[in-house]
Design a protein around this ligand. Structure first.
Ligand SMILES: *[C@@H]1O[C@H](CO)[C@@H](O)[C@H](O)[C@H]1NC(C)=O
Ligand SMILES: *[C@@H]1O[C@H](CO)[C@@H](O)[C@H](O)[C@H]1NC(C)=O
Ligand SMILES: *[C@@H]1O[C@H](CO)[C@@H](O)[C@H](O)[C@H]1NC(C)=O
Ligand SMILES: *[C@@H]1O[C@H](CO)[C@@H](O)[C@H](O)[C@H]1NC(C)=O
Ligand SMILES: *[C@@H]1O[C@H](CO)[C@@H](O)[C@H](O)[C@H]1NC(C)=O
Ligand SMILES: *[C@@H]1O[C@H](CO)[C@@H](O)[C@H](O)[C@H]1NC(C)=O
Ligand SMILES: [Cu+2]
Length: 335
């Protein structure tokens, strides 16, 4: 019979094993950490092939079996559409989007042959002049939306057809943008510094959401300012990699503690539990609070991150170390 003391010792032993895990695993699977660099520091070959790889997903047929999906791009957008209420305004907000960046990376590499480094949007470099960013050139992401509907009519994504509605039904639309310098301004260094002064994830998880996160979304505007549908714009992945970098830099201020610091609500509070009332997932019952493996309304390391079966579920614990097996990446500040 195991006494309480023995159990406590076992738990202690187990937790010291857990803290040794990132290094061990890295040696076994993540043998070479991949660099993520600012968009402008990709080589021009990388830039071109990155755009080509997103176009490849846009032109490839859906494989998911999700009703209404036509392209691989629709498949990739789906986990965000269907989980809007459970991946925003919750503790899992940052971890979900971290894994989502990797899902996109795997798709363009595994299915579209992208071999370059993954880019992030260095938003501070563009904060004074959003429109002047190289991102919006004719060869890369195309420019601002135009006309009455703010459809993007320049660049390689000019004819991108998006399909999902906020309700998870199908209604084709164009890619829209509506630039706002003023909105991008909330990605300021001042706001980033404010988040970095918070010492505990339970207090910090939401700090990035309203400032740097909203800044990039509403700075680009159009579909990027839609909490459910924003991954329809290819630039979403550069923006959320930037946000992920900010979280990782916060984690790195206190390692190894922040490999395991998790918390925050498991379902959105204060909005009828649904967060986004029109979304397909808006419940508050036990199927929600237990759904992701947390067994309650506090986000834990056991929380499952779900990619609609495009890639296997992982847990938040699996993505806490950016250099670990699942993400196996590092953000580089290129000077
Ligand atoms: C990265 O890009 C910036 C901005 O264009 C440039 O100043 C810097 O020299 C680049 N660094 C490298 C190593 O390419
Ligand atoms: C954004 O800022 C740049 C640089 O100050 C300016 O040239 C541009 O007109 C501004 N755009 C908007 C929409 O305010
Ligand atoms: C978009 O479609 C129009 C009309 O079919 C075509 O002329 C144009 O070349 C297309 N642009 C791109 C970037 O595919
Ligand atoms: C963070 O703060 C919460 C209460 O706000 C506390 O329960 C938790 O233990 C703290 N976590 C760490 C890692 O300090
Ligand atoms: C979590 O559940 C507890 C107990 O049911 C409840 O008191 C608390 O308000 C809930 N918190 C959130 C953020 O939903
Ligand atoms: C993955 O996670 C989702 C959401 O929690 C769950 O519904 C699904 O059953 C999981 N899939 C597997 C194969 O465990
Ligand atoms: Cu999101």
């Amino acid at each position: 019979m195991t006494s309480l003391v023995q159990r406590a010792l076992l738990l202690l032993a187990a937790s010291s094993i857990v803290s040794a895990v990132p290094a061990k695993r890295q040696a076994s699977v993540c043998t070479e950490v991949r660099e993520r660099v600012p968009w402008y520091n990709l080589t021009s070959e990388e830039k071109t092939s990155y755009i080509q790889a997103d176009l490849c997903l846009i032109n490839a047929p859906s494989k998911s079996g999700i009703p209404g999906a036509v392209t691989r791009w629709d498949d990739l957008q789906w986990p965000h559409v269907v989980q809007t209420a459970t991946v925003h305004n919750v503790g899992a907000f940052l971890p979900f989007h971290r894994y989502y960046m990797t899902a996109h990376e795997r798709l363009i590499k595994d299915e579209c042959g992208y071999m370059g480094r993954m880019p992030y949007w260095d938003e501070l470099a563009d904060i004074a002049d959003l429109e002047g960013s190289e991102l919006w050139s004719e060869e890369y992401f195309g420019g601002d939306g135009t006309g009455a509907n703010n459809c993007v009519e320049t660049g390689p994504f000019a004819n991108l057809t998006l399909r999902w509605t906020r309700e998870g039904t199908v209604d084709e639309s164009c890619l829209t943008r509506r630039f706002s310098n003023r909105s991008l301004a909330s990605t300021s260094q001042t706001n980033i510094n404010a988040c970095n002064t918070i010492t505990n994830y339970t207090q910090a998880w939401n700090c990035w959401s309203g400032g740097p996160h909203s800044g990039g979304h509403s700075g680009v505007g159009g579909i990027m300012s839609d909490a459910t549908l924003s991954p329809g714009d290819p630039v979403f992945y550069l923006h959320h990699s930037w946000l992920d970098k900010l979280w990782w830099e916060w984690q790195k201020l206190d390692l190894p503690t922040r490999y395991t610091d998790m918390g925050g609500p498991n379902i959105p509070g204060g909005r009828g539990g649904g967060g986004f009332p029109g979304g397909p997932q808006g419940g508050t019952g036990p199927e929600f609070t237990d759904y992701f493996g947390d067994n309650g309304n506090i986000t834990t390391l056991n929380h499952r991150l779900y990619m609609s079966e495009i890639y296997p579920n992982v847990t938040i614990g699996d993505v806490m170390d950016l250099n670990g097996d699942v993400i196996c990446s590092e953000y580089i500040n290129v000077e």
